[in-house]
Design a protein around this ligand. Structure first.
Ligand SMILES: Nc1ncnc2c1ncn2[C@@H]1O[C@H](COP(=O)(O)OP(=O)(O)OP(=O)(O)O)[C@@H](O)[C@H]1O
Ligand SMILES: [Mg+2]
Length: 488
């Protein structure tokens, strides 16, 4: 059985076509879960201590020196002391090993439960949005951890789908952004696919292919269109924003002409809110603390940046900023602050002002934020979004008849307005913000299962592709100008 998997920066979902019907996989009582995993701190159990031959040898060595140094102490007492020392060293070693191998823990929690457990327990490890890190330069140990985390999540999806569908799930079409978030340019995108493929194999998938997320959303929209039309798909997610220009509907095959990607999304708005509205209260721009410290603190999804922030010493920073920054260095505090930034962003979509209580930073510290603040915080993203849409508009031979808007961030009135303003007069169709992509991936997975291949996109030579007559390529899904499938 093959399923479609939307392995999102913020939320993940899965679905399959069962007897021609879209079947969404349920995670708890929802059709998606936050892409977060929590590994509890494994505290070694002192009762597991046994005197192995190696540990006995350590006790003997200690006894030898104790006999020399404390001849007045009885042999029974020296023996007890030596065992106590060896036992303590054993506990320390167990703790060290446990902390270093978080990715192998079996008691992982997923989604909101993961974040909750992390914030409530105040110990353990929370990894949110591992997708954001796939395209970054990673040291071998971090690379291993990220692959392992992604594998845990994909396995969670595979096993949940297997249970619900009642058949073993072994194949998947996994969504991919047009452009991954990357610190290495296009090489980052290649690495991201390599890591995802590796993770999927560890998770028990024998057969994996990738499909661009806006192409998947296009496929979903396609199925709802009785008449043939040119359409623009805009998927504004948590980590990336993807656009596809396609000819859809009318009972014919969908044709994707071109796609464009921006490796920014809703999580960048959260960072914007945090930097613009929260961080000045912790000393940004008003204390000598360099601005990059605040960026590192706000970048909750980039583990090396978080580590860097927690390593700083703020003892000599003037009050109240020194104490506030030290509070923010406590385990879970940056996650909490990021959650509040996301909440503010969402609330300001519906109301003029919103307040947050930062008691976990300092008792009595509250902040009020208004819509103009959100506008300023979002300015950089809005500019990039406008540029992306202008690029798409300039690349089209004909204006689309409709724009299909999906992705969680498409709920934002600010972003909806920005899309409308870039295409005046074009009808905007609001798709399901959360399920547009996964529904298309499910359709693609069933086509692949029937021997067809995934949707293909023509990106390398767009003008040539647009000049060509629309090509219907093998397997029932069409492409304009590329070889099919576009499977990396
Ligand atoms: N009402 C809302 N207003 C603004 N943003 C919202 C709203 N609801 C959800 N979001 C944002 O939507 C984003 C998640 O969207 P989505 O689930 O489409 O992302 P994703 O698929 O996980 O990410 P990606 O596709 O980029 O990998 C988050 O940044 C979240 O804060
Ligand atoms: Mg998405």
């Amino acid at each position: 059985m093959r399923i479609g998997i939307d392995f999102g920066t913020s939320y993940s979902a899965a679905a399959a076509m069962v007897n021609g019907e879209l079947t969404l996989i349920q995670f708890g009582d929802a059709y998606q879960f936050r892409t977060a995993v929590f590994f509890p701190e494994v505290v070694p159990n002192p009762d597991d201590f046994r005197l192995t031959p190696a540990l006995e040898a350590q006790v003997d060595t200690l006894l030898l020196s104790m006999r020399r140094e404390h001849p007045q102490v009885s042999e029974a007492q020296r023996c007890r002391d030596a065992i106590r020392v060896v036992r303590r060293q054993w506990m320390e070693e167990q703790t060290r090993v446990a902390a270093a191998s978080i990715a192998s823990f079996q008691d992982a929690l997923f989604g909101e439960d993961a974040v909750e457990a992390y914030l409530v327990e105040g110990t353990g490890h929370l990894i949110e949005s591992p997708k954001s890190m796939l395209g970054y330069r990673l040291d071998p140990p971090v690379r291993r951890i990220i692959v392992s985390i992604a594998a845990h999540i994909l396995e969670h999806i595979r096993l949940t789908a297997t249970r619900q569908l009642g058949v073993p799930v072994r194949g998947a079409v996994i969504g991919r952004p047009v452009e991954f978030r990357s610190s290495m340019g296009p090489a980052g995108g290649e690495q991201a696919l390599e890591l995802l493929r590796e993770a999927a194999t560890i998770a028990g998938f024998d057969e994996v292919s990738f499909l661009e997320e806006p192409a998947a959303a296009a496929m979903h929209y396609h199925m709802s269109l009785p008449e043939r039309q040119l359409a623009l798909i805009v998927d504004i997610g948590g980590g990336t924003t993807d656009v596809a220009y396609a000819e859809l509907g009318g009972g014919l095959e969908p044709v994707i002409h071109h796609s464009w990607g921006l490796p920014k999304g809703g999580t960048d708005l959260d960072i914007g809110v945090s930097l613009h509205s929260f961080m000045p209260h912790l000393g940004k721009d008003v204390s000598p603390v360099p601005v990059h410290h605040f960026v590192e603190a706000a970048s909750v999804h980039i583990l090396p940046k978080q580590r860097e922030f927690r390593r700083q010493n703020y003892r000599l920073v003037d009050e109240p900023f020194g104490s506030r920054l030290r509070s923010l260095q406590q385990l879970g505090a940056t996650t909490r602050l990021n959650r509040l930034a996301e909440r503010i962003k969402i609330e300001l979509g519906a109301q003029a002002r919103a307040g947050v209580d930062l008691a976990f930073i300092e008792k009595g510290l509250t902040i009020e934020v208004g819509q103009p603040d959100l506008l300023l915080a979002a300015e950089d993203f809005l500019q990039r979004l406008r540029r992306l849409l202008a690029q798409a508009r300039d690349g089209m031979v004909e204006m689309p008849r409709s724009i299909f808007l999906t992705g969680g961030s498409s709920r934002s009135p600010l972003l909806q307005e920005s899309v409308r303003a870039s295409f005046p007069g074009v009808a905007v169709v609001a798709g399901d913000p959360s399920l547009g992509v996964v529904s298309g991936l499910a359709a693609a997975s069933s086509r692949t299962a029937r021997g067809c291949t995934g949707l293909c996109l023509s990106r390398k030579d767009q003008s040539a592709a647009l000049a060509r007559p629309l090509a219907s390529v093998r397997g029932g899904i069409s492409t304009a100008g590329n070889e099919c499938p576009r499977e990396e």
